[in-house]
Structure formats: structure tokens, C-alpha cells
Design a protein around this ligand. Structure first.
Ligand code: DAH
Length: 341
């Protein structure tokens, strides 16, 4: 019996020494310590069979054997887990390594120019206002002195929404003039940047969706000279140099008198080039003195107050500033185009 003990011990220690990973370890542990079929359990069963006087001695030996094997297993377990640590060390992540940079987006060129314009007008005491893109026929046309029969409606065809309130996708930012007058009264200084819509066949210079910036100033004795001064100030601030402007008569039902305001082409310095269609001037802003009917629609007494208004093509300005030759690029979402700004 004692030689059997010795044999088991030697074999166990040999096997434990050969253990390489935790799976092997578990197998060996079960081989010896499993309650049902483990070698040690079997040994104890055998001891039961021997004579009473041998039992105490064999019992002690069995316990010693058990402790020795358990100790060897425990030691091996330690070795395996510290080896695990070295594997971890090998898998160490170097947090200082360069990874692919997170790509930040940037503002659309239209938004950049809009922000610039807002700053310029704010510095001259103008409020920045907003209005609905889905506008009533009343604000978009009627209150701007464009009744249903007026031929001016033909040049601003848009998308009509079927509803009892007669809604349209606004054709210009001008309706916010009325909303602003009704809300704030006189005196008033505001600009309204925003998106507008037309039923257009699109080409390089026409799109169904584009951006404008409306301006309105109402005070005592407002004259065209105020309008010209503000326009010059704005253009010089945007282009960062002195800019020439000229007025031509123009017709818009909501102003009287009405003007087209052009600025001297900055690309050819007025000599004539393809951008200004050889004229030396760029058409830029519709403007004029606010029509008395429009003041009345806005709830302002035309006998006491007067004002100027203008509507500039923000989209056109961006195209001019960055020399973009196709308006459709602006709404294309094409990153090859947008990443240039
Ligand atoms: N709303 C006009 C358009 O979209 C532009 C315009 C012209 C606005 C004259 C004005 C103005 O405020 O006075 O064509």
C-alpha cells in the first residue's frame, strides 16, 4: 500500500510539473481530487478495506499525500496566472500611439458669409430676425402690395401648399418685413437672412432653393442716401476694400421709388470681364423706399415714418466672393466642393 502511495505521488508531481495552461491544470486537479473518481478518493476507499490497526498510519500518509499534491497544484496555479500577466503585458496598448485623427466638419460657405453679414449689420445696430419658410400667401404677396391679380406674381412662381390658409414656400425674405413691423413697430432696424424657394428650371445660375438677406430700416426722414451709405459700408466690410455702388431704377411693388443696386466688379476693376458680363458692374440688390401701403400693412403710419428696404442675394454674393461658377454646387453636399472652404 505504501508503495502505491509513493507511485501516486511521483506520478502526480510529474504531471503537475508538465501543466502548461489552466485547462491542463483543471484536468489534473480533477484527476486527483474529484470526489467520485479522483485518485485520492479511490485511495481512501482502499484504506477502508485494510485492517483496523493499519488504518491510522495509512490515513496519516494519505493526508500527507493529499496536502503535497494540493500544494504542488496551488504553486502551479500561481505560475500559470503570473504567466497570464506576461501575456497581458505583451498585449499592452500604447495609448500614446497616433490614431487616425477625428475629422471635424466646418461651416458651409453660405453660413460663413451669412455670419459675416450678421456681424456687420449687428455692429450698425440691426437686429437679426427669422421667419417661416412655409409662409402664408398674405405675408409673401398680399401685404407686400402684390395682390392676387398682380403680374409681379408671375416672376416669383413657387410651390403652393394645399391648405385652407393658402400657404406657399416663401419666394423671398421680404414677408419678414411685415412680421417685424407688426411685432416691433417703429423705429426699426433689422436684417433677415434665410432660405427661399422658386419654381425654377435649374441651371448653372438658377436653383429652386437659394438664400437671401433682407434689410429694413424705419425711422424719421429716412432717404436713399441712408440706403447707399449702409450698402457701401457692408460691401467694403465683406470684400475688405472700398467698393463702388450705383443705383438704377427698378420695379418692386413693395418699394417706391425702387432701385437695382449694383457694385463695381472687383475681378476686372470695372474694365469688363465674363463675371460681370463685360459691363463692369455686378447686379446685387433690389432696394428702395418702403411703399406707404406696406408700412400700413405693417401697422406703421406712413405720414410719421419712412424707411428703406433691400433684398440681397446671399447665394449670389457667396458665388462672387469665392468665384463659384455653378449655383447647384452649393446645395450638392459634395465634399470635394465643400472642403475647399
Ligand atoms: N424680394 C425681392 C426679390 O426677391 C428683392 C427685394 C427688392 C427686396 C426690393 C427688397 C426690396 O426689400 O426693397 O426679388
Amino acid at each position: 500500500m505504501e508503495t502505491k502511495f509513493k507511485k501516486i505521488k511521483e506520478e502526480a508531481l510529474k504531471e503537475i510539473k508538465a501543466i502548461k495552461n489552466s485547462d491542463d491544470w483543471q484536468k489534473i486537479r480533477d484527476k486527483y481530487f474529484s470526489r467520485k473518481n479522483g485518485e485520492l478518493a479511490k485511495l481512501l476507499k482502499d484504506i477502508k478495506e485494510v485492517s483496523e490497526d493499519l488504518k491510522p498510519k495509512l490515513g496519516t500518509l494519505a493526508n500527507q499525500l493529499k496536502t503535497e499534491i494540493a500544494k504542488a497544484l496551488e504553486q502551479k496555479e500561481g505560475e500559470i496566472s503570473s504567466k497570464k500577466e506576461t501575456d497581458l503585458e505583451r498585449d499592452f496598448i500604447d495609448v500614446t500611439l497616433e490614431i487616425e485623427k477625428f475629422k471635424l466638419g466646418h461651416l458651409h460657405p453660405l453660413t460663413q458669409v451669412q455670419n459675416e453679414l450678421e456681424d456687420i449689420f449687428k455692429s450698425m445696430g440691426f437686429m437679426i430676425l427669422d421667419g417661416p419658410e412655409l409662409e402664408s400667401d398674405y405675408y409673401n404677396f398680399e401685404a407686400l402690395n402684390i395682390p392676387a391679380w398682380h403680374p409681379a406674381r408671375d416672376s416669383q412662381d413657387t410651390f403652393y401648399i394645399e391648405s385652407k390658409d393658402k400657404l406657399v414656400l416663401r419666394t423671398h425674405t421680404s414677408p419678414v418685413q411685415i412680421r417685424a413691423m407688426q411685432k416691433y413697430g417703429a423705429p426699426l432696424r433689422c436684417v433677415v437672412p434665410g432660405r427661399v424657394f422658386r419654381n425654377e428650371a435649374t441651371d448653372a445660375s438658377h436653383d429652386h432653393t437659394f438664400y437671401q438677406l433682407e434689410g429694413l430700416m424705419i425711422d424719421k426722414d429716412i432717404a436713399i442716401t441712408h440706403l447707399v451709405a449702409i450698402m457701401k459700408e457692408m460691401l467694403s466690410a465683406i470684400f475688405k476694400k472700398e467698393v463702388k455702388v450705383r443705383l438704377r431704377p427698378g420695379y418692386f411693388p413693395f418699394v417706391e421709388p425702387g432701385f437695382e443696386l449694383d457694385f463695381g466688379c472687383l475681378i476686372c476693376q470695372g474694365k469688363g470681364c465674363p463675371i460681370c458680363k463685360q459691363s463692369g458692374w455686378i447686379e446685387f440688390v433690389g432696394s428702395g423706399l418702403v411703399h406707404p401701403n406696406v408700412l400700413k400693412y405693417g401697422g406703421i403710419d406712413p405720414k410719421k415714418w419712412s424707411g428703406f428696404a433691400f433684398g440681397l442675394g446671399l447665394t449670389r454674393l457667396v458665388m462672387m466672393k469665392y468665384r463659384i461658377d455653378d449655383v447647384r454646387l452649393l446645395q450638392s453636399g459634395d465634399l470635394r466642393f465643400l472642403n475647399q472652404f
